[in-house]
Design a protein around this ligand. Structure first.
Ligand code: DI6
Ligand code: FE
Length: 403
Protein backbone atom coordinates (compact mmCIF):
# COMPACT_ATOMS: atom_id res chain seq x y z
CA UNK A 1 0.00 0.00 0.00
CA UNK A 2 1.37 3.45 -0.86
CA UNK A 3 1.83 5.59 2.24
CA UNK A 4 -0.63 8.49 2.52
CA UNK A 5 0.47 11.84 1.07
CA UNK A 6 2.29 14.41 3.17
CA UNK A 7 0.22 17.49 4.10
CA UNK A 8 1.77 20.75 5.30
CA UNK A 9 -0.03 23.08 7.71
CA UNK A 10 1.81 26.40 7.90
CA UNK A 11 1.60 29.88 9.47
CA UNK A 12 0.24 28.48 12.72
CA UNK A 13 0.68 29.99 16.14
CA UNK A 14 1.10 26.65 17.85
CA UNK A 15 0.33 25.85 21.46
CA UNK A 16 1.74 22.34 21.80
CA UNK A 17 1.43 22.16 25.63
CA UNK A 18 4.68 20.18 25.48
CA UNK A 19 6.76 20.30 28.67
CA UNK A 20 5.75 22.47 31.60
CA UNK A 21 4.33 25.49 29.81
CA UNK A 22 2.15 26.44 26.86
CA UNK A 23 4.75 25.20 24.37
CA UNK A 24 4.20 28.22 22.10
CA UNK A 25 5.73 28.23 18.63
CA UNK A 26 5.15 31.56 16.91
CA UNK A 27 5.55 30.78 13.24
CA UNK A 28 4.80 27.09 13.51
CA UNK A 29 4.23 24.35 10.99
CA UNK A 30 2.95 20.78 11.11
CA UNK A 31 3.31 17.89 8.74
CA UNK A 32 0.64 15.22 8.73
CA UNK A 33 0.36 11.95 6.92
CA UNK A 34 -3.05 10.31 6.98
CA UNK A 35 -4.37 10.45 10.54
CA UNK A 36 -0.99 11.21 12.16
CA UNK A 37 1.34 14.07 12.84
CA UNK A 38 4.84 13.42 11.51
CA UNK A 39 6.56 16.70 12.34
CA UNK A 40 5.86 19.84 14.45
CA UNK A 41 8.07 22.87 14.92
CA UNK A 42 9.11 26.35 13.82
CA UNK A 43 8.58 26.83 10.09
CA UNK A 44 12.21 27.88 9.62
CA UNK A 45 13.30 24.36 10.64
CA UNK A 46 11.23 22.62 7.94
CA UNK A 47 13.50 20.76 5.57
CA UNK A 48 13.74 22.34 2.15
CA UNK A 49 12.41 20.57 -0.91
CA UNK A 50 9.69 18.58 0.89
CA UNK A 51 7.36 16.76 -1.42
CA UNK A 52 4.00 17.80 0.03
CA UNK A 53 0.72 16.87 -1.65
CA UNK A 54 -1.25 19.80 -0.20
CA UNK A 55 -0.75 22.88 1.93
CA UNK A 56 -3.08 24.62 4.39
CA UNK A 57 -2.22 28.24 5.19
CA UNK A 58 -3.50 28.96 8.71
CA UNK A 59 -2.78 32.67 8.37
CA UNK A 60 -1.26 33.13 11.82
CA UNK A 61 -4.21 31.56 13.68
CA UNK A 62 -3.77 29.90 17.07
CA UNK A 63 -3.64 26.10 16.83
CA UNK A 64 -4.19 23.97 19.92
CA UNK A 65 -4.65 20.25 20.33
CA UNK A 66 -8.26 19.30 19.52
CA UNK A 67 -10.30 19.53 22.71
CA UNK A 68 -11.42 16.35 24.46
CA UNK A 69 -14.77 16.36 26.30
CA UNK A 70 -14.24 13.33 28.55
CA UNK A 71 -17.62 13.28 30.35
CA UNK A 72 -20.97 13.78 28.61
CA UNK A 73 -24.46 12.29 28.70
CA UNK A 74 -25.17 13.55 25.17
CA UNK A 75 -27.79 11.04 23.98
CA UNK A 76 -31.28 11.59 25.40
CA UNK A 77 -34.68 12.92 24.37
CA UNK A 78 -36.52 15.98 25.62
CA UNK A 79 -35.38 18.83 27.79
CA UNK A 80 -35.80 19.78 31.43
CA UNK A 81 -35.99 23.57 31.25
CA UNK A 82 -39.45 23.52 32.87
CA UNK A 83 -37.95 21.66 35.81
CA UNK A 84 -35.11 24.17 35.95
CA UNK A 85 -37.70 26.98 36.00
CA UNK A 86 -39.60 25.28 38.85
CA UNK A 87 -36.34 24.99 40.76
CA UNK A 88 -35.52 28.62 40.18
CA UNK A 89 -39.00 29.45 41.44
CA UNK A 90 -38.27 27.62 44.67
CA UNK A 91 -39.38 23.99 44.18
CA UNK A 92 -37.21 21.25 45.71
CA UNK A 93 -35.83 18.19 43.94
CA UNK A 94 -38.18 16.00 45.88
CA UNK A 95 -41.24 17.98 44.78
CA UNK A 96 -40.02 17.82 41.20
CA UNK A 97 -39.37 14.09 41.37
CA UNK A 98 -42.85 13.53 42.87
CA UNK A 99 -44.34 15.57 40.04
CA UNK A 100 -42.70 13.18 37.56
CA UNK A 101 -39.55 15.22 36.84
CA UNK A 102 -35.88 14.45 37.34
CA UNK A 103 -33.82 11.74 35.65
CA UNK A 104 -36.87 9.52 35.27
CA UNK A 105 -38.64 12.02 33.03
CA UNK A 106 -35.64 11.94 30.67
CA UNK A 107 -35.65 8.13 30.83
CA UNK A 108 -39.34 8.06 29.86
CA UNK A 109 -38.76 10.45 26.94
CA UNK A 110 -35.65 8.56 25.78
CA UNK A 111 -37.39 5.19 25.84
CA UNK A 112 -40.19 6.38 23.57
CA UNK A 113 -37.97 8.32 21.14
CA UNK A 114 -36.90 6.65 17.90
CA UNK A 115 -33.25 6.00 17.15
CA UNK A 116 -33.47 8.63 14.39
CA UNK A 117 -34.82 11.24 16.84
CA UNK A 118 -32.09 10.45 19.33
CA UNK A 119 -29.47 10.77 16.61
CA UNK A 120 -30.90 14.08 15.38
CA UNK A 121 -30.88 15.79 18.78
CA UNK A 122 -27.52 14.38 19.82
CA UNK A 123 -26.04 15.46 16.47
CA UNK A 124 -27.12 19.05 17.10
CA UNK A 125 -25.43 19.02 20.48
CA UNK A 126 -22.27 17.34 19.21
CA UNK A 127 -22.05 19.97 16.44
CA UNK A 128 -22.22 22.69 19.09
CA UNK A 129 -19.39 21.07 21.06
CA UNK A 130 -17.34 20.70 17.88
CA UNK A 131 -17.94 24.36 16.97
CA UNK A 132 -16.14 25.11 20.24
CA UNK A 133 -13.09 23.00 19.46
CA UNK A 134 -14.02 19.45 20.46
CA UNK A 135 -12.52 16.61 18.39
CA UNK A 136 -12.89 13.71 20.86
CA UNK A 137 -16.06 13.14 22.82
CA UNK A 138 -17.05 10.64 25.47
CA UNK A 139 -20.75 9.72 25.49
CA UNK A 140 -22.40 7.80 28.31
CA UNK A 141 -25.60 5.82 28.19
CA UNK A 142 -27.80 5.98 31.27
CA UNK A 143 -31.15 7.33 30.09
CA UNK A 144 -32.39 4.04 28.63
CA UNK A 145 -32.01 1.78 31.68
CA UNK A 146 -33.14 -1.37 29.84
CA UNK A 147 -30.85 -3.53 27.75
CA UNK A 148 -32.47 -2.52 24.47
CA UNK A 149 -32.76 1.19 25.29
CA UNK A 150 -29.18 1.37 26.56
CA UNK A 151 -27.96 -0.39 23.40
CA UNK A 152 -29.92 2.09 21.27
CA UNK A 153 -28.28 5.08 22.97
CA UNK A 154 -24.81 3.57 22.61
CA UNK A 155 -25.42 2.83 18.92
CA UNK A 156 -26.48 6.44 18.43
CA UNK A 157 -23.25 7.55 20.11
CA UNK A 158 -21.21 5.42 17.69
CA UNK A 159 -23.18 6.81 14.71
CA UNK A 160 -22.52 10.36 15.91
CA UNK A 161 -18.81 9.82 15.53
CA UNK A 162 -19.20 8.42 12.03
CA UNK A 163 -21.56 11.12 10.76
CA UNK A 164 -19.74 14.11 12.23
CA UNK A 165 -16.18 12.89 11.79
CA UNK A 166 -15.51 13.04 15.52
CA UNK A 167 -13.73 10.52 17.68
CA UNK A 168 -16.35 9.13 20.08
CA UNK A 169 -15.72 6.91 23.10
CA UNK A 170 -18.74 5.17 24.61
CA UNK A 171 -19.31 4.48 28.29
CA UNK A 172 -22.00 2.15 29.64
CA UNK A 173 -23.74 3.86 32.58
CA UNK A 174 -26.61 1.43 33.18
CA UNK A 175 -26.12 2.10 36.92
CA UNK A 176 -27.16 5.75 36.58
CA UNK A 177 -30.62 5.61 38.19
CA UNK A 178 -33.20 3.03 39.20
CA UNK A 179 -35.85 2.61 36.49
CA UNK A 180 -39.47 2.58 37.79
CA UNK A 181 -40.03 -1.12 37.02
CA UNK A 182 -37.33 -1.95 39.60
CA UNK A 183 -38.74 0.27 42.39
CA UNK A 184 -37.64 -1.14 45.76
CA UNK A 185 -35.41 -3.73 44.03
CA UNK A 186 -32.15 -1.95 43.37
CA UNK A 187 -30.03 -5.09 43.88
CA UNK A 188 -32.07 -6.88 41.24
CA UNK A 189 -31.49 -3.95 38.91
CA UNK A 190 -27.73 -4.16 39.46
CA UNK A 191 -27.92 -7.90 38.63
CA UNK A 192 -29.63 -6.93 35.38
CA UNK A 193 -27.06 -4.25 34.54
CA UNK A 194 -24.23 -6.78 35.06
CA UNK A 195 -26.09 -9.32 32.91
CA UNK A 196 -26.53 -6.88 29.98
CA UNK A 197 -22.89 -5.93 29.83
CA UNK A 198 -21.47 -8.97 27.95
CA UNK A 199 -23.95 -8.59 25.09
CA UNK A 200 -23.42 -4.83 24.82
CA UNK A 201 -19.69 -5.40 24.82
CA UNK A 202 -19.96 -8.17 22.22
CA UNK A 203 -21.79 -5.70 19.96
CA UNK A 204 -18.78 -3.36 20.25
CA UNK A 205 -20.75 -0.70 22.08
CA UNK A 206 -18.72 -0.30 25.26
CA UNK A 207 -15.31 1.31 25.72
CA UNK A 208 -15.65 1.78 29.51
CA UNK A 209 -18.09 1.24 32.38
CA UNK A 210 -19.32 3.90 34.81
CA UNK A 211 -21.74 4.08 37.75
CA UNK A 212 -23.36 6.77 39.88
CA UNK A 213 -22.24 6.00 43.45
CA UNK A 214 -24.34 8.26 45.67
CA UNK A 215 -26.90 8.02 48.45
CA UNK A 216 -29.64 8.83 45.95
CA UNK A 217 -28.31 6.38 43.35
CA UNK A 218 -26.22 3.22 44.00
CA UNK A 219 -24.18 2.10 47.01
CA UNK A 220 -20.46 1.28 47.02
CA UNK A 221 -21.35 -2.44 47.32
CA UNK A 222 -23.57 -2.21 44.22
CA UNK A 223 -20.92 -0.19 42.39
CA UNK A 224 -18.37 -2.89 43.20
CA UNK A 225 -20.57 -5.52 41.55
CA UNK A 226 -20.78 -3.43 38.37
CA UNK A 227 -16.98 -3.01 38.39
CA UNK A 228 -16.50 -6.76 38.84
CA UNK A 229 -18.66 -7.39 35.78
CA UNK A 230 -16.52 -4.90 33.84
CA UNK A 231 -13.33 -6.53 35.04
CA UNK A 232 -14.51 -9.97 33.89
CA UNK A 233 -14.66 -8.51 30.36
CA UNK A 234 -11.39 -6.59 30.68
CA UNK A 235 -13.22 -3.25 30.41
CA UNK A 236 -11.86 -0.14 32.17
CA UNK A 237 -14.02 1.63 34.74
CA UNK A 238 -14.71 5.21 35.81
CA UNK A 239 -17.01 6.60 38.47
CA UNK A 240 -19.38 9.45 39.36
CA UNK A 241 -17.87 9.77 42.82
CA UNK A 242 -18.30 12.02 45.86
CA UNK A 243 -20.55 14.52 44.04
CA UNK A 244 -23.08 15.11 46.83
CA UNK A 245 -21.55 13.15 49.72
CA UNK A 246 -18.44 11.12 50.57
CA UNK A 247 -19.28 7.49 49.85
CA UNK A 248 -15.68 6.29 49.57
CA UNK A 249 -16.37 5.79 45.86
CA UNK A 250 -13.05 7.20 44.68
CA UNK A 251 -11.04 4.70 46.75
CA UNK A 252 -13.24 1.86 45.49
CA UNK A 253 -12.79 2.95 41.87
CA UNK A 254 -9.05 3.36 42.35
CA UNK A 255 -8.87 -0.21 43.67
CA UNK A 256 -10.22 -1.26 40.25
CA UNK A 257 -7.59 0.89 38.50
CA UNK A 258 -10.22 3.39 37.36
CA UNK A 259 -9.34 5.69 34.46
CA UNK A 260 -11.09 8.57 36.21
CA UNK A 261 -13.24 9.65 39.13
CA UNK A 262 -15.58 12.47 38.25
CA UNK A 263 -17.22 15.36 40.21
CA UNK A 264 -15.34 14.87 43.54
CA UNK A 265 -16.67 17.85 45.53
CA UNK A 266 -16.74 15.66 48.68
CA UNK A 267 -13.50 13.75 48.00
CA UNK A 268 -11.54 12.79 51.16
CA UNK A 269 -7.78 12.68 51.76
CA UNK A 270 -7.93 8.85 51.56
CA UNK A 271 -9.68 9.11 48.22
CA UNK A 272 -6.96 11.42 46.91
CA UNK A 273 -4.21 9.06 48.11
CA UNK A 274 -5.90 6.08 46.46
CA UNK A 275 -6.31 7.96 43.17
CA UNK A 276 -2.69 9.02 43.22
CA UNK A 277 -1.51 5.43 43.74
CA UNK A 278 -3.74 4.13 40.94
CA UNK A 279 -2.92 6.94 38.49
CA UNK A 280 -6.62 7.81 38.30
CA UNK A 281 -7.52 11.16 36.69
CA UNK A 282 -9.75 13.62 38.61
CA UNK A 283 -12.43 14.93 36.24
CA UNK A 284 -13.83 18.27 37.41
CA UNK A 285 -17.32 19.28 36.29
CA UNK A 286 -17.90 22.97 37.02
CA UNK A 287 -21.12 23.07 34.95
CA UNK A 288 -22.98 20.79 37.38
CA UNK A 289 -21.43 22.58 40.36
CA UNK A 290 -22.78 25.87 38.98
CA UNK A 291 -26.23 24.68 37.96
CA UNK A 292 -26.79 22.98 41.33
CA UNK A 293 -25.48 26.09 43.06
CA UNK A 294 -23.12 23.95 45.11
CA UNK A 295 -20.88 25.62 47.64
CA UNK A 296 -18.54 22.75 48.51
CA UNK A 297 -15.48 22.95 46.28
CA UNK A 298 -13.51 19.92 45.08
CA UNK A 299 -10.16 19.74 46.96
CA UNK A 300 -8.08 21.26 44.16
CA UNK A 301 -5.04 22.26 46.22
CA UNK A 302 -4.76 18.76 47.71
CA UNK A 303 -5.18 17.10 44.29
CA UNK A 304 -2.50 19.39 42.87
CA UNK A 305 -0.21 18.72 45.81
CA UNK A 306 -0.64 14.95 45.39
CA UNK A 307 0.08 15.21 41.67
CA UNK A 308 -3.28 13.72 40.64
CA UNK A 309 -3.91 14.76 37.01
CA UNK A 310 -6.95 17.02 36.67
CA UNK A 311 -9.26 17.08 33.66
CA UNK A 312 -12.28 19.30 33.01
CA UNK A 313 -15.44 18.29 31.13
CA UNK A 314 -18.96 19.56 30.36
CA UNK A 315 -20.94 16.71 32.02
CA UNK A 316 -23.51 17.70 29.39
CA UNK A 317 -26.87 16.35 30.60
CA UNK A 318 -30.41 17.73 30.60
CA UNK A 319 -30.76 17.94 34.38
CA UNK A 320 -27.67 19.40 35.98
CA UNK A 321 -25.41 20.65 33.18
CA UNK A 322 -27.00 21.60 29.85
CA UNK A 323 -23.61 23.01 28.82
CA UNK A 324 -22.26 22.90 25.26
CA UNK A 325 -18.95 24.74 25.44
CA UNK A 326 -15.79 23.15 26.75
CA UNK A 327 -13.87 26.47 26.81
CA UNK A 328 -16.62 27.84 29.08
CA UNK A 329 -16.03 24.90 31.43
CA UNK A 330 -12.29 25.72 31.43
CA UNK A 331 -13.17 29.30 32.27
CA UNK A 332 -15.39 28.15 35.15
CA UNK A 333 -12.76 25.69 36.39
CA UNK A 334 -10.48 28.70 36.78
CA UNK A 335 -13.03 31.09 38.29
CA UNK A 336 -14.83 28.64 40.62
CA UNK A 337 -12.21 26.00 41.33
CA UNK A 338 -9.04 28.13 41.00
CA UNK A 339 -7.30 26.03 38.40
CA UNK A 340 -4.62 28.00 36.64
CA UNK A 341 -5.38 28.71 32.95
CA UNK A 342 -2.59 26.30 31.96
CA UNK A 343 -4.06 23.56 34.19
CA UNK A 344 -7.52 24.18 32.75
CA UNK A 345 -6.32 24.02 29.13
CA UNK A 346 -4.33 20.86 29.87
CA UNK A 347 -7.53 19.67 31.58
CA UNK A 348 -9.56 19.88 28.36
CA UNK A 349 -6.82 18.36 26.21
CA UNK A 350 -4.09 16.03 27.37
CA UNK A 351 -5.50 15.19 30.81
CA UNK A 352 -8.99 14.65 29.38
CA UNK A 353 -7.50 12.22 26.87
CA UNK A 354 -5.86 10.35 29.75
CA UNK A 355 -9.21 10.20 31.56
CA UNK A 356 -10.37 8.17 28.54
CA UNK A 357 -7.25 6.02 28.52
CA UNK A 358 -6.08 7.67 25.29
CA UNK A 359 -2.38 8.40 24.96
CA UNK A 360 -2.31 9.17 21.24
CA UNK A 361 -3.70 12.73 21.46
CA UNK A 362 -3.73 15.88 23.55
CA UNK A 363 -0.29 17.30 22.73
CA UNK A 364 0.54 17.64 19.03
CA UNK A 365 3.79 15.73 18.50
CA UNK A 366 5.17 13.30 15.94
CA UNK A 367 3.31 9.98 16.14
CA UNK A 368 0.23 11.54 17.72
CA UNK A 369 -3.15 11.78 16.00
CA UNK A 370 -3.59 14.93 13.93
CA UNK A 371 -6.47 16.28 16.06
CA UNK A 372 -6.33 20.06 16.13
CA UNK A 373 -8.48 23.09 16.88
CA UNK A 374 -7.88 26.39 15.08
CA UNK A 375 -8.92 29.61 16.84
CA UNK A 376 -9.26 33.30 15.96
CA UNK A 377 -7.24 34.03 19.10
CA UNK A 378 -3.67 35.03 19.89
CA UNK A 379 -2.92 33.10 23.07
CA UNK A 380 -4.25 29.82 24.50
CA UNK A 381 -4.99 31.51 27.85
CA UNK A 382 -7.90 33.15 25.98
CA UNK A 383 -9.66 29.75 26.13
CA UNK A 384 -10.18 30.55 29.84
CA UNK A 385 -10.82 34.26 29.30
CA UNK A 386 -13.72 34.85 26.92
CA UNK A 387 -17.06 33.46 27.92
CA UNK A 388 -20.22 33.17 25.88
CA UNK A 389 -18.23 32.81 22.67
CA UNK A 390 -14.75 31.52 21.95
CA UNK A 391 -14.10 31.80 18.22
CA UNK A 392 -13.05 28.43 16.81
CA UNK A 393 -12.66 28.56 13.03
CA UNK A 394 -12.08 24.88 12.27
CA UNK A 395 -11.27 21.53 13.78
CA UNK A 396 -9.14 18.79 12.27
CA UNK A 397 -9.81 15.18 13.25
CA UNK A 398 -7.29 12.50 12.29
CA UNK A 399 -5.83 14.79 9.65
CA UNK A 400 -9.17 15.71 8.05
CA UNK A 401 -11.01 19.03 8.42
CA UNK A 402 -14.23 18.01 10.16
CA UNK A 403 -17.50 19.64 8.91
N1 DI6 B 1 -24.78 13.20 38.15
C1 DI6 B 1 -25.53 14.25 37.82
O1 DI6 B 1 -25.43 15.35 38.29
C2 DI6 B 1 -26.41 13.83 36.74
N2 DI6 B 1 -26.13 12.45 36.61
C3 DI6 B 1 -25.16 12.14 37.41
O2 DI6 B 1 -24.71 11.02 37.43
C4 DI6 B 1 -27.85 14.13 36.82
C5 DI6 B 1 -28.49 13.71 35.55
C6 DI6 B 1 -29.89 14.21 35.39
O3 DI6 B 1 -30.44 14.93 36.24
O4 DI6 B 1 -30.50 13.88 34.33
FE1 FE C 1 -22.25 12.89 34.71
Amino acid sequence: MPSPPLILWRHARLATLAGEGWGLVDDGALLTQGPCITWVGPARQLSAGLDVAAEHDLDGALVTPGLVDCHTHLVYAGRRSDEAELRLNGASYEQIARAGGGIRSTVAATRTASEAELLRSATQRARALRSQGVTTLEVKSGYGLSQEAEARCLRVARRLGETLGLSVRTTFLGAHALPPEYDGRSDDYIDAVCAWLPALHAEGLVDAVDAFCEHLAFSPAQTRRVFEAARRLGLPVKLHAEQLSDQGGAALAAAFGALSCDHLEHLSAQGIAAMRRAGTVAVLLPGAFYMLRETKLPPIAALREAGVPMAVATDHNPGTSPALSLPLMAHMACSFFRLTPLEAVRGITVQAARALGLHDRGTPAPGQRADLAVWALDHPNELCYWFGHTPCTQVVVAGEVSR
